[in-house]
Design a protein around this ligand. Structure first.
Ligand code: PLP
Length: 405
């Protein structure tokens, strides 16, 4: 007899031996208390901690208008959508949200999915499958959801060096100009915090007859005077074929989308398994996402506060010898370089200092690049930054972690 439980237990033991076994901090993020959260350390023990790794970058998940839109729509339309989009699950909230995202990216059409992951996986697999003899060229640091989509497309694949337009051009030049090609990349890379050379990649796509697919998940709501993302803020939306985003990071809700030319979005709507065969977002979620986009389109104050805080955090870290990856974005990575030590320092930060930062290990980053990925929000104070930096320095010293010279 096959002992299935043992086989899977062995898989878990491998993760534990490599210090990559994931443990989740059980938190209560109470409205009005951010960036504090209550950490349920054990059944009887609750501790107040400061969250330093949230992707709710602007605190919109607690914004009164967003929560209000959610509650109002839930009261009116209920908790669920009632089905897939095809079978009674298309609600006016979805249709409105699709128009809103299309408008935000200055595209003809939008399509909403259950998550950003689903949007990438479903769209890339369908796009690749739909183009006969297609080749997909992707940046080496794209998100797992894009990798899965590309895999499922069964297209021939090329991976270009991260943000390296020369390497991309070399690969494009090696391919028949008349062969369909998709270039898949990300605007703000979530683990390094660097930003893609969108204009150069767009120019190459024109030169080599390629189609472009850009993930703006970590940029939406934050970049541009209306939160329209990096491509939009640079006036490059029309240079990219499909722009993908989500509602789960700076918009503080959940769900994903693509925007692009009407026929291409309609093709994905009509062919993508990951869109067709799944229940649509609850209307209340769509209403909350729509409200969040509206708030961030009209009011820049929390974006401004975010950037002020990001600058302060980066400046404070620069005064230390901690190995911070210099980034142009709001994401601030500090490299530990070892999975065990990365877990150890996050444990100490949480238990001794009440600072919650999740360790980032392989496969999210390459082995030897394990890190803390710090994210600050408008709700953090300068005093919290000072305390964080002091705690990092103290724990770095205790564990004798590598510093910069
Ligand atoms: N794309 C990127 C670059 C991401 O970092 C993530 C999630 O972290 C996703 C897509 C998936 O988005 P979602 O969390 O909405 O599924």
């Amino acid at each position: 007899m096959i002992d299935y439980k043992t086989l899977f237990r062995e898989k878990l033991q491998t993760l534990k031996a490599e210090h990559r076994y994931r443990t989740f901090a059980n938190l209560e993020r109470l409205v009005g208390e951010a960036p504090y959260a209550l950490w349920h350390k054990g059944p009887e023990e609750i501790k107040k901690v400061i969250v330093w790794c949230s992707n709710d970058y602007l605190g919109m998940s607690h914004h009164p208008e967003v929560v209000g839109a959610f509650l109002e729509a839930a009261q009116k339309y209920g908790a669920g959508s009632g089905g897939t989009r095809n079978i009674s699950g298309t609600h006016s909230n979805h249709v409105d949200l699709e128009k809103t995202v299309a408008h935000l990216h200055q595209k003809e059409a939008g399509l909403v999915f259950g998550s950003g992951y689903a949007a990438n996986e479903a769209s890339l697999s369908a796009l690749g499958e739909g183009l006969s003899d297609c080749v997909i060229l992707s940046d080496e640091k794209i998100h797992a959801s894009m990798i899965q989509g590309i895999r499922h497309s069964r297209c021939e694949k090329y991976v270009f060096k991260h943000n390296d337009v020369e390497d991309l051009e070399k690969k494009l030049a090696s391919l028949d100009i008349n062969r369909p090609k998709i270039i898949a990349f990300v605007s703000v890379y979530s683990m390094d915090g660097d930003i893609a050379p969108i204009h150069k990649i767009a120019a190459l796509s024109k030169k080599y007859n390629a189609f472009t697919y850009l993930d703006e998940v970590h940029a939406m709501g934050i970049y541009g005077d209306k939160g329209q993302g990096v491509a939009g803020s640079l006036g490059l939306s029309d240079q990219i074929d499909i722009i993908q985003g989500n509602f789960a990071k700076a918009y503080g809700v959940v769900g994903g989308y693509i925007t692009g030319p009407y026929e291409i979005v309609d093709y994905v709507r009509s062919y993508a398994s990951g869109f067709i065969f799944t229940t649509s977002l609850p209307p209340a979620v769509a209403a909350a996402a729509e409200k969040s986009i509206e708030v961030l389109r009209e009011d820049s104050s929390c974006r401004e506060k975010l950037w002020e805080n990001v600058s302060y955090l980066k400046a404070k870290l620069q005064e230390t010898s901690l190995p911070v990856i210099g980034s142009e974005s709001h994401i601030v990575p500090v490299v530990v370089g070892d999975a065990h030590l990365c877990r150890l320092i996050t444990k100490e930060l949480l238990e001794t200092h009440g600072i919650y930062v999740q360790p980032i290990n392989y496969p999210t980053v390459p082995r030897g690049q394990e890190r803390l990925r710090l994210t600050i929000t408008p709700a953090h104070t300068f005093k919290m930054v000072d305390d964080l930096v002091a705690a990092l320095e103290q724990e770095w010293g205790k564990l004798s972690l590598a510093k910069v010279a």
